[in-house]
Design a protein around this ligand. Structure first.
Ligand code: UD1
Length: 421
């Protein structure tokens, strides 16, 4: 079993380059199969979730040419199969984007029910509500979701999402792009990756307005064209390095990012005592490792991201005083890492949606197990800040979303090794 072995206690110093946003790339790669022309995607993160999705797209007949680690050329004119039965796709949450993309382009789709990290109940009722509002027939049986457009194709519809959902907003956007007439999505998610997907689709000839606000309007077009597009930087990868510096102390320039996307994370880390300077496409963070307590409530963008909950929790475990962390998106997320942090000496009390974290001066190395992607990232930060040696198990979760993590941390002065047992 692969593990990370970390000897903690070193400050982090230097520069780190952030890769393309995994969650934007997953949607944009599926959108790329909605044209028969060739699409080139740049700044693609080289992480396992992306590689699984590309293999699934190749399985249904698209031509995939990985021209280098961060660039892929996709031609979907050869797609012959609208039923995705590639075994591994069940493991990634974003498999559901294939529903919107295939339904929009080919009027039919059959995809396994999505998997992904076990961070709470993850229904897809809002995605289905959107497809049905465009006239699709949707069925769920035998672990698959099957969608069929009506005779004459999808018709624009009006969808009010009952809950702000990143996945449903993106999926409805995909399907609506090639529907007839106008689709209006209200109460939609506003994450940077929603805007990135809309920008990509517009660059291919779609007519989408309002992405990044509560209401998106999609005027359907008959077809999309090819082109070249570069994915935005990963807000959560950048935030993870910021939290690591805050917890361990040190000074790091976090390069190739959009500082505006980081505001929700920057303001909390500043409140905790880190000093942060924004540049055009970078942030410099400095921390003595002595942090103050704070209060964080996770919310859809522009609120504090649920995908940074576990990493900020590690900072709280080392801060003076009592911090409060409330999870408003995924109810069971605390269970992925809090027990592990407790075994390292953290003082965390969970009551319903809130964790009360009483800061301690020092965490102590231990053998801990990642239960999901961001939980794994948090345990690595804890190990880097702790006294002694930490072994993080189940690192396949971490490798779903962090590229060259060991290399990047080592360049910052961390002692971390990946071992294959
Ligand atoms: C995406 C991200 C994930 C992030 C999450 C919230 C990807 C691949 N994953 O997940 O990393 O943690 O956004 O920022 O981009 N919900 C419903 N019905 C639905 C859809 C969602 O009730 O049809 C609920 C979910 O259970 C959850 C909330 O809405 O409580 C938000 O989920 P959503 O924004 O859809 O998350 P994902 O798109 O799955």
């Amino acid at each position: 079993m692969e593990q990370y072995v970390i000897r903690g206690g070193n400050p982090l110093v230097g520069e780190v380059e952030i890769g393309g946003a995994k969650n934007a790339a997953l949607a944009i790669l599926t959108a790329a199969i909605m044209t028969d022309e060739t699409v080139v995607i740049e700044n693609l993160p080289d992480v396992s979730d992306i590689n699984v999705l590309l293999e699934a797209i190749a399985e249904i007949g698209a031509t995939i040419d990985r021209t280098d680690r961060h660039t892929v050329r996709i031609n979907a004119s050869t797609i012959g199969d609208l039923s995705v039965d590639y075994e591994y796709i069940k493991k990634i949450r974003a498999s559901y984007y294939l529903l919107g993309a295939l339904l929009g382009k080919y009027k039919k789709a059959e995809v396994p029910l999505p998997g992904g990290c076990n961070i709470g109940s993850r229904p897809i009722d809002q995605h289905i509500k959107g497809f049905e509002a465009m006239g699709a027939m949707v069925e769920q049986s035998g672990g698959y979701v099957t969608c069929d457009a009506p005779e004459g194709g999808l018709q624009g519809g009006h969808v009010y999402l009952d809950i702000v959902s990143v996945g449903a907003t993106m999926n409805i956007l995909l399907a609506a792009t090639l529907a007839s007439g106008m689709t209006i999505i209200e109460n939609c998610a506003k994450e940077p990756h929603i805007v990135d997907l809309a920008n990509f689709l517009n660059a291919m000839g779609a007519r989408i307005s309002g992405a990044g606000t509560d209401v998106i309007k999609v005027r359907g077009v008959p077809q999309l064209r090819g082109g070249t597009y570069s994915i935005i930087p990963d807000q959560i990868e950048a935030g993870t390095y910021m939290a690591a510096v805050a917890a361990c102390g040190g000074e790091v320039k976090i390069c190739n990012i959009i500082p505006k996307h980081m505001d929700c994370i920057t303001s909390k880390l500043q409140e905790m005592g880190a000093s942060i300077i924004n540049y055009d496409d970078a942030i410099r963070i400095r921390s003595t490792g002595k942090l103050h307590h704070t209060t964080v409530k996770t919310r859809p963008y522009p609120g504090f991201p649920t995908d940074m909950q576990a990493q900020i929790c590690v900072c709280m475990t080392l801060a003076s005083g009592i911090s409060r962390l409330t999870e408003n998106v995924y109810e069971t997320r605390f269970f992925g890492y809090c027990t592990e942090l407790q075994s390292m000496g953290a003082n965390i009390l969970i009551t319903g949606k809130t964790a009360t974290v009483t800061g301690t001066k020092q965490l102590t190395g231990a053998t801990v197990c990642a239960h999901d992607l961001r939980a794994g990232a948090a345990l690595i930060i804890a190990g880097l800040a702790a006294q002694g040696t930490t072994v993080v198990e189940n690192i396949h979760f971490v490798e779903r979303g962090y590229e060259r993590l060991v290399e990047k941390l080592t360049a910052l002065g961390a002692h971390i090794r990946r071992i294959d047992d």
